[in-house]
Design a protein around this ligand. Sequence first.
Ligand SMILES: Nc1ncnc2c1ncn2[C@@H]1O[C@H](COP(=O)(O)OP(=O)(O)OP(=O)(O)O)[C@@H](O)[C@H]1O
Ligand SMILES: [Mg+2]
Length: 200
Amino acid sequence: MKSITRAIDSSLKYVTQLSQRSIVRAIDPSLKYVTQLRPSGTEVYKVERDGVAYVLKTNPLAYHAKDWGILHIRQEIDVLQAAEDVDGITHLVREYGEIGGRKVSLLKEFYNGTTLRSLGGFIKDTKLQKKLESVVRSLHSIGIANLDLNNNTNIIISPDASDVRIVDLGCGVFSNNVTERMFQGSVNMDMNALEFIFQQ
Ligand SMILES: Nc1ncnc2c1ncn2[C@@H]1O[C@H](COP(=O)(O)OP(=O)(O)OP(=O)(O)O)[C@@H](O)[C@H]1O
Ligand SMILES: [Mg+2]
């Protein structure tokens, strides 16, 4: 019985991988599918081209134009374009319009490491704290806030624990799209999230 269940499991995994491969190929045939990253409101794939890893993020197939996934990816594209000179984030490589049956997709740098969630949710190393704080302050200084830092899967730490990246800016807001008070509220929220992450 166990071996039948195992066989069904591995067949299902194989079919899922085949379909994920074809999703990636339909969006950009120059990319090679590697694996699916933790699925949520969007589909997120680790992909590769010429030995370099990237992240391909696309909206789920069954969509409505106002779906959260679509708005989230469009917002992330806008924020990443505005933040192209900011260090400490995974930069935009390419955006895709309607292609492969998807409404919108983006390709960004892949950062190898471990999510803050997997590391317990706290950063105690002061050098690393300074690095993350400086990324957050740089984004604030160019008018981007609401960095969703409470979601500790959006923060990735390098394998030697010496460096950090914010990998998802899809919740970011622009200061010129909201009132000054709302923007300051988002800045405060980011700083409170940092304080929580840095608590000793
Ligand atoms: N640039 C990247 N480099 C490495 N890993 C990444 C990168 N982007 C995303 N990931 C991994 O994939 C996961 C999902 O990606 P992302 O946060 O962009 O999608 P999401 O749909 O917004 O998910 P969530 O709702 O969990 O935030 C991340 O939590 C992270 O673990
Ligand atoms: Mg995320």
